[in-house]
Design a protein around this ligand. Structure first.
Ligand code: ADP
Ligand code: MG
Length: 739
């Protein structure tokens, strides 16, 4: 045990300080506080560029006072001190008001430099700082034995602060802790060989220099070490889980020479792409082994992941097992059910119709909204083994669902399913089943290594031949109001030509927040920033009403589709659209994922700025599927140059999903990257940035693999094993330990 790290903070910094730290930062141990690293460092001699400060967040900055004036309150007794501060570079000034600010009046005289801590707000066109705390810089107490020049060059660590605890109060406590904590007693999670190879600072020194550097080089060296340490701890945790998964015993599902799969391949109306064949071989080989397959299949929208998955499912059925396909929405589950049965043709068997002998498989659907009788039948068929393939939503996860012999789980569109759901399904088999996770949102390698590090990855990077290109246009109604009418005449032309049109809206009705039913398409956090409050956003109901009166669309069969409709109505609407009876579908993002109607050629996305990059990319992937060129119109009422329009421009500029996901990550905040939906827990990365630190992550991954391969239980790496346990928050830990 790393006793010192586990020690209660009060033992080192006293009861009072410990209570303050616990109250504001939630930290109770020595290790917790030592690992509370500065977010960045300010240079004592330099002022912070004001124009670069984020809004509405607690910031710490160094600035110079320009003016200090006093005004009397009119309505009541008291006075206000108005202080204006600047960064000298002319990028901006901030206005601060102190109510009865006796201290500010005396101390914040023009010319003084100080460190301020507070929230930057914008009021009536000018920037202000709300209730800042401040500390004069020129009056730093002399540090004994240090010459003034050296002091001037000393970086100031800036800690993630809160409204009630400034960065410099944290620094003060940290200084006390560094003096009292027994740093030399700490055991280093980094193996000595790696520390030597990388020429890292020893652990105690690294803690001192990251919290109390004397030069910029100090904190850089210290940060490098902790960053690598973080990468190694995380990658070791993932490698350990991977090794645990691999050491489990699964039932091998070997291919059968003249089985269903062979029959299916013979009747396929097209040739598999090279990528589909290659991935197919990998899956076939892994399914044939006694250890469970744990694989992530990334593939661009429309790259044909379903066939790959279906072929794997058939191999398992041939070998006597069952396969389950988990879809994120009811619409998508129903679509998979229909299209898989269609693709299977005579090889598919309905429970009631009986089969064509050996060479057929029963496909069952299981969703929460099915009529009780049909649901009971599906449950029975899954439990008895009559159903070879069971397709469903998260209803498949509920306790009353059992399988006779579940051999393979396919999770479609992973970003809607957390690891917990994955594991809930795994628990339904007596031996660990094989697992295939599919995602259409391409993820940079490093993100995949960090978020899906426990899975092996395959990529389908080409689209089937004959796929027509999709042209995307941004339709800016702010600069071209007349285009509003043009959208509908364009739709008319498409329908006259025999094709179909999707119209997507951000909301269902006039007074709701969108189609946010659980399990349905939800915008990712941070994607809907608050500029829509004043705007009337397009809603499915209002748009349907409007289009019924639209002269250009007179006589066109159109229908609404959204998550709050009755499931029966939803599937009827989808069926009517698939059958080309309904020509124009007005919907929410329920059609975002996987829906496959080849005849649809035009997609109109209203208030497109309300959607995120990956959502828009997925949405437009619904058109241009049947060899017909597709068009996507991103309609917005935002002014050109509005920040949210950058996303639209990015989507219009390329159809390369990988490029878009990079762009997406750049436009997002760091914290959103490992969102809860992806990692199964909150992002706990401290110094590591998944995009920036690719080589560090890759190097640490190699080290971790070697360590775990040689010593799976990490018996020889006690400190590393402890660091893994400590690092993972309870949620994450549950995620990694399970399975
Ligand atoms: P996604 O990867 O987005 O899930 P799908 O599996 O839905 O893509 O496939 C999109 C469409 O492409 C389907 O209609 C499917 O039948 C078709 N498709 C898949 N593979 C091929 C292929 N090799 N050649 C031609 N069409 C294909
Ligand atoms: Mg799909």
């Amino acid at each position: 045990m790393n006793v010192e790290l586990e020690l209660g903070l009060e033992r080192r910094i006293g009861k009072r300080s410990a209570a303050v730290i616990e109250k504001h930062l939630g930290i109770t141990t020595v290790g917790g506080l030592l690992n509370y690293y500065p977010r960045r460092y300010l240079n004592r001699g330099e002022l912070t560029p004001i124009s670069e400060l984020p809004f509405d967040e607690d910031v710490t900055l160094i600035a110079r006072v320009v003016s200090n004036s006093k005004r009397q309150m009119r309505a009541r007794k008291g006075f206000i001190i108005d202080v204006v501060i600047t960064d000298d570079a002319g990028t901006g000034t901030l206005k601060i008001s102190f109510f009865n600010g006796h201290r500010a009046k005396n101390e914040l005289q023009p010319g003084r430099r100080a460190m301020f801590s507070g929230k930057v707000t914008r009021y009536a066109g000018s920037l202000g700082l709300t209730n800042p705390d401040y500390q004069l810089l020129d009056e730093d107490p002399d540090v004994p034995g240090m010459d003034p020049e050296k002091l001037a060059a000393m970086p100031i660590p800036i800690y993630p602060a809160t409204a009630h605890l400034t960065s410099w109060s944290i620094q003060k406590v940290m200084t006390a802790l560094l003096e009292t904590a027994d740093l030399d007693a700490l055991r280093d999670p980094l193996p000595a060989a790696i520390a030597a190879r990388e020429k890292f600072l020893p652990l105690p020194k690294a803690y001192r220099l990251i919290h109390a550097p004397e030069t910029a080089a100090d904190w850089r060296k210290a940060r490098d070490r902790f960053r690598y340490q973080e990468a190694l701890v995380l990658q070791s945790a993932l490698a350990r889980r991977r090794a645990q998964l691999a050491s489990e015993e699964a039932t091998a599902r070997r291919p059968v020479p003249e089985g269903l799969l062979a029959a299916f391949d013979r009747q396929l109306p097209f040739t598999l792409t090279a990528g589909q064949s290659a991935v197919g071989k990998t899956l076939a080989a892994e399914l044939s082994q006694d250890g469970p397959m744990n694989r992530l299949l990334q593939g661009e929208v429309g790259s044909g992941k379903t066939i790959v998955a279906l072929r794997a499912m058939l191999q398992v059925v041939d070998a006597g097992g069952q396969a389950a396909l988990l879809a994120p929405t009811e619409v998508l589950a129903a679509q998979h059910f229909d299209s898989i049965r269609r693709t299977l043709g005579p090889l598919a068997r309905d429970g009631l119709l009986g089969g064509l002998g050996e060479h057929s498989v029963q496909v069952s659907l299981l969703t929460g909204s099915m009529p009780t009788a049909a649901r009971k039948q599906s449950l029975l068929d899954a439990a008895s083994g009559a159903a070879g393939i069971v397709i469903g939503t998260h209803a498949l996860l509920s306790d009353n669902v059992t399988f006779f012999d579940l051999g393979l789980i396919v999770v479609d569109e992973q970003h809607r399913f957390g690891v917990e759901q994955r594991d809930a399904l795994r628990a339904k088999a007596s031996k660990p089943p094989h697992l295939l996770v599919m995602t259409a949102t391409p993820i940079p390698r490093t993100v995949a290594m960090t978020v899906f590090g426990d899975l092996e990855t395959s990529v389908l990077d080409e689209l089937p031949a004959g796929r027509a290109p999709i042209t995307t246009h941004v339709v800016g109604l702010a600069e071209n109001p007349a285009w509003a009418a043009r959208i509908w005449s364009r739709s008319r032309e498409e329908i006259e030509a025999g094709h179909q049109v999707y119209v997507v809206c951000p909301k269902i009705g006039a007074d709701d927040d969108g189609d946010f039913t659980p399990g349905e398409a939800e915008p990712e956090p941070g994607e809907l920033e608050g500029d829509g409050a004043a705007r009337e956003l397009a809603s499915v109901t209002a748009v349907v009403e409007h289009l019924k009166e639209e002269p250009a669309l007179a006589g066109v069969a159109l229908a609404p589709l959204h998550g709050r409709q009755d499931p029966v109505l939803k599937s009827e609407t989808m069926a009517s659209f698939t059958a080309n009876e309904t020509k124009l579908l007005v919907s929410t993002t329920v059609i975002e994922v996987g829906v496959d109607v080849h005849n649809a050629t035009l997609m109109v996305i209203l208030d497109a700025d309300r959607f995120g990059i990956s959502q828009l990319h997925q949405l437009r992937g619904r058109v241009g599927r049947g060899g017909l060129p597709g068009t996507c119109l991103l309609v917005t009422t935002l002014e050109p140059g509005h920040p949210s329009r950058r996303r639209l421009d990015a989507v219009a500029a390329t159809t390369d999903g990988f490029e878009l996901s990079q762009e997406d990550l750049k436009l997002r905040r760091e914290g959103d990257i490992l969102g809860a939906s992806q990692s199964g827990g909150r992002s706990t990365l401290k110094l590591l940035r998944v995009l920036e630190h690719e080589d560090i992550i890759a190097r640490a991954r190699l080290d971790a693999q070697k360590i775990v391969a040689a010593d799976p239980a990490l018996t020889g790496y006690a400190a590393l094993a402890e660091a893994i346990d400590e690092y993972l928050n309870p949620e994450k830990e549950a995620f990694l330990e399970r399975g």
